[in-house]
Design a protein around this ligand. Structure first.
Ligand SMILES: Cc1ncc(COP(=O)(O)O)c(C=O)c1O
Length: 382
């Protein structure tokens, strides 16, 4: 054994798993050898498998999670003059899609414990022009959907679930994406279900929404050269579909492994008292641990101390969307999402991946316990 301990990465990609890599390379080769690079059986087979797995009637494969949001919003007839509520604590794409269809994002704050939008924070963001809400199941944790659905229905809003970080999580027994009017997924390589490039999907029980997304992803065309509506080049590549179909077969087991690793991390971190661990999962909600996010008042210092011990960590996200350069001009100077602003200073994503070993978990736990004991503590004010 080398005297220098190996680095612990934030996540592990497919090229580091030789068995899976060979299986995926063979699937890529099979598609490439047919010459069917767009559309064809690879795409329809994946869509059928993903629909069965998500327990939803329709899946339409598209080119990215952002395109999935854009096309779903257009299919729900959201456009200029409309406002859409988006949580301030999310990846910026949740808001960008709203802007790209010509509508205006309205930023909702999040709860400090779950770091997610709630019915209360949605209610505070409502205006007479709001026509849609995008709950984001961030980090893999499910948003408390029932009260949001109730409020949305009372105000006549469409509900579009952004499930890009929560593939397979269940809320009250239902897979995410099947609770609102439609759901969107990103299959960016680092996601719980990741392609070998950019890819995404829209899932819905609404046949009309599915049909509109299907038309728009390929220039509104059906049949060939009949362009019914204005669309785009937003298709899922056949090679990505083939990769995703192979990985889908492993996804339940990999999500279970993530939950097991999260439980072990929780135990291993037990004594790192200045740190707030992910809130326990409430009954009827779920967490597939795309990220394991802790909170600490000493975030930047802890990040550096971990790096010095060869342990990667990341900040998702250092600037809340409403305070990003792209969106700060929308505000009037007042912070509409102060909890999201505060979280951005305190959150730290620790390494988590399905094959994380007991030794790696112990090293992360040991490092954080040592940091908590060895340095002066600034307790986190709750
Ligand atoms: C919550 C969320 N929404 C949307 C997206 C956008 O997905 P993509 O990068 O595939 O366009 C991402 C991807 O990182 C995401 O995490």
């Amino acid at each position: 054994m080398s005297a220098i301990a190996a680095q612990i990465p934030l996540t592990v990609m497919d090229h580091e798993d030789p068995e899976l890599f060979e299986e995926l390379a063979a699937a890529v080769r099979r598609v490439a050898s047919t010459g069917a690079f767009t559309g064809g059986a690879a795409v329809t087979d994946f869509e059928a498998d993903y629909a069965a797995w998500c327990e939803v009637p329709h899946v339409v494969g598209v080119s990215s999670g952002t395109e999935a949001l854009v096309l779903a919003l257009r299919a729900l007839e959201i456009g200029p003059g409309d406002e859409v509520v988006v949580p301030a604590n999310s990846f910026i794409a949740s808001a960008e899609a709203v802007s790209l269809v010509g509508a205006l994002p309205r930023f909702a704050d999040v709860e400090l414990d779950t770091q997610l939008m709630s019915a209360e924070t949605l209610r505070a963001a409502l205006t007479p022009s709001v026509r849609c809400v995008i709950p984001v199941h961030l980090f893999g944790r499910t948003v408390e959907m029932d009260p949001i659905m109730e409020l949305a229905r009372a105000h006549g809003l469409s509900v579009l679930e952004d499930c890009s970080q929560a593939h397979g999580a269940r809320y009250r027994g239902r897979r995410v994406g099947t609770i609102g009017d439609a759901g969107t997924f990103s299959f960016y390589p680092a996601k719980n279900l990741g392609a070998w490039g950019d890819a995404g999907a829209v899932v819905t029980a609404d046949e009309q929404v599915a049909e509109r997304v299907r038309l728009m992803r390929s220039h509104g065309e059906s049949p060939r050269y009949r362009h019914r509506i204005v669309g785009t080049t937003g298709r899922l590549d056949a090679i990505q579909a083939a990769v995703l179909r192979v990985k889908l077969a492993h996804l339940d087991e990999r999500n279970r492994a993530r939950r097991r690793v999260a439980e072990r991390l929780r135990e291993a971190l037990g004594e790192a008292a200045s740190m707030q661990l992910p809130a326990p999962v409430e009954p009827d909600t779920d967490h597939v641990f795309h990220q394991f996010v802790v909170r600490t008042a000493r975030r930047d210092e802890v990040k550096e101390l971990l790096a010095a011990r060869g342990i990667a960590s990341a900040i998702h996200y250092p600037i809340p969307i409403h305070r990003s350069e792209a969106y700060e001009a929308l505000g009037d100077g007042e912070d509409v999402a102060p909890r999201a602003t505060r979280l951005a200073r305190e959150i730290l994503s620790l390494p988590i991946f399905p094959t994380m070993s007991e030794e790696q978990i112990e090293r992360v736990g040991g490092a954080l316990r040592a940091i908590a004991v060895g340095e002066p503590r600034t307790p986190l004010v709750r």
